[in-house]
Design a protein. Sequence first.
Length: 406
Amino acid sequence: MKNQSIILEQAQKYDSFYLYDESIILQYTNQLKECFPNVEFLYSLKTNPYPQVVKTVFSQGFGADAASLEEVRISHRNGLPKDKIYYSAPGKSMDDITEALEYSVIIADSLGEIYKIQDIAQKQDIIVPIGVRINPNFTFYAQEGIPAKFGIDEEIFFNQMKELKSLPNIKIVGIHVHSQSQELNADILKTYYTNMFQLAQTVQEKLEAPLEFINLGSGLGIPYAPEDAPLDVIQLGKFTANLLQQYQSFFPKTRIFIETGRYAVGKSGIYVTKVMDKKISRGVTYIILKNTLNGFIRPSLIPFVKGYSSQENPLSNEPLFTGKNAFELIPITNETKNETVILVGNLCTGSDIIAKDITLPTLHVGDVLAITNAGSYAAVLSPMQFSSQIPPAQLFLTVSGSIISM
């Protein structure tokens, strides 16, 4: 596999680690810029806030999709101006809003939050431009809405429009919708984008003021399983360009945003874990690895889903579960003989299993196993405090070939 010599070198220092490849991040971010020349991208920091990863993505001119006050702070510390940081999350506190107002554009997630912002702005005697997250009357797959944790139902938003427009310290300047992640079908995203522009046109007409931005959310998926066909971003980019041209007269100066989700960094990372022990119990061979459930939780959740679901292909539940074959397990060994094993971790719980009855080249103590698709929703989701273990290292491979550890 790629970077095998680097992996083995770092395995001499660490029993488990993530390795993020800058060249792959640049490949995917450049691809987005080339395919969507008239769209601005917002990096979803929640997928991977590792400092060098964030620095690399922002160096490509991307803004920030911040899901917390701390992500607003991270973006600000990386030099992003206020108009490139968009803070969207439910349940913001008064303190969250007060501090974030200085550094970001806030996307209100509820009517109650709009009134919170109004109260804070009134006390500061300022007028605050905000975006509003809408729960629309459509989804990726249907032309009708569903109940949702996020956003204001479209019909409620329109019913309250007159009152919202009368708030003296609030100015609604943009909308945001995010319906789903990890979509690989470009045709579904085309329909979604079309619906979004129709919604934006209606919002603008009812506001009686031009929208400064439309945030289409994310949805851009990456292939996980071998059978996954990559999202056709070239085709989707051309369609989006035509759509922008079609609506040019309605939105001549409106900024169009797409959130990267996992697309920018998902393929850039691998997770490496070392064989700590090997044992046979009543004819079953167990390979004990360092930091599985508590190092990279997503592969460890696959046996859970398999155990509780009778479906051949269980429904995804992002970002925790994508599919049964979402990760490739790659032993780095010269062994040619295979064996069937159970891969487990070093936690004091029987649930710490990464794969059951899997056939792999024979592994020995000290060998390493690499796991793919570890660039996003990986370290950030894993319960590294469990059992007070030493957490995996996070390493960054630069385009020049040097390793940065932080």
